[in-house]
Design a protein around this ligand. Structure first.
Ligand code: F3S
Length: 281
């Protein structure tokens, strides 16, 4: 008997799953066109599936004439929502509640007079959205050296892009604590990425072979595959269930499965179905 075990945390995070569910529901209920502002998820297969049920992708608010505009889990700057409403669109805000918390923390720190630092990746849509909630006097910092250009004479407040690592935050905070006496850090890191990595590593250590499901050009899926390979040399990164080869299971009694953050549950399920049928034949 060969056991197949899926990692405790695998595949799309809560916020993206929620946004996908909101889009599917809107497609069923709406009488007018439904569009997302930018792709809801970095997975062309899922974007195509959405299109087939009537959810299109717009690259800007001005492209959309009528109907519903869905804001994705990353969130946006407030002016985007205002623009869309002014154009008469129904805005369906699928901003992840954890991203909302970052927006609220940023607004609060600015209101309380802190010089705001956003630890994150400059130009990333989530970071742009956070900056839009922070007003004009906030700075994005990705490495401690970025602090050199910032006036730190006031009290300093820090929030973090949800997908940053605790290490990246710690590096910036360590440097800040040398440069300012009044420092307030609100740790807004979301545990989804870490949980996926930790549970993939834990599982990979216990199994004979590991299957990682997700886009070949998805950064976080590749990272998962690296982590699994380090613990289990028989790790295979697949994009689609059809790539699974029976020879991978020769002499194997326990197989682990994990999936990247842009892999929906249905794709994991497809891989499981194919593995079971290969193992039975
Ligand atoms: Fe996902 Fe929301 Fe965390 S979008 S990664 S659950 S902040």
């Amino acid at each position: 008997h060969i056991e197949i075990e899926v990692a405790r945390y695998a595949g799309v995070c809560y916020g993206v799953e929620r946004a996908l569910g909101m889009a599917e529901k809107a497609a069923v209920e709406a009488r007018k066109p439904v569009n997302t502002l930018g792709p809801l998820i970095h997975n062309p297969l899922v974007v195509n599936d959405l299109e087939s049920i009537g959810v299109g992708t717009a690259s800007s608010v001005s492209e959309v004439e009528e109907g519903t505009l869905i804001i994705r889990a990353h969130g946006v700057v407030p002016s985007v929502v205002e623009d869309a409403r002014t154009r008469g669109l129904d805005v369906l805000d699928a901003t992840c509640p954890y991203v909302k918390k970052v927006h609220n923390a940023a607004e609060r720190l600015v209101r309380e007079g802190y010089q705001l630092i956003v630890v994150g990746e400059s130009g990333h849509p989530e970071v742009e959205g956070i900056m839009g909630h922070a007003g004009d006097d906030a700075h994005v910092v990705s490495v401690p050296g970025d602090l050199d250009a910032i006036d730190l004479s006031r009290k300093v407040g820090v929030v973090v892009q949800t997908t940053q690592t605790p290490g990246a935050l710690a590096d910036v905070v360590a440097e800040l604590s040398k440069r300012t006496m009044d420092l307030r850090v609100i740790n807004t890191i979301c545990s989804a990425t870490q949980e996926r990595q930790d549970s993939a590593a834990e599982l990979a250590h216990r199994v004979d072979a590991m299957i990682v499901v997700g886009g070949k050009n998805s950064g976080n899926t590749r990272r998962l595959a690296e982590i699994c390979t380090a613990a289990c040399p028989k790790t295979h990164h697949i994009e689609d269930a059809s790539e699974i080869e029976p020879a991978w299971f020769d002499g194997v009694s326990h197989i682990g499965v994990t999936a990247g953050a842009s892999t929906p549950a249905s794709h994991i399920e497809r891989a499981l179905v194919r593995m079971r049928s290969l193992l039975e034949s």
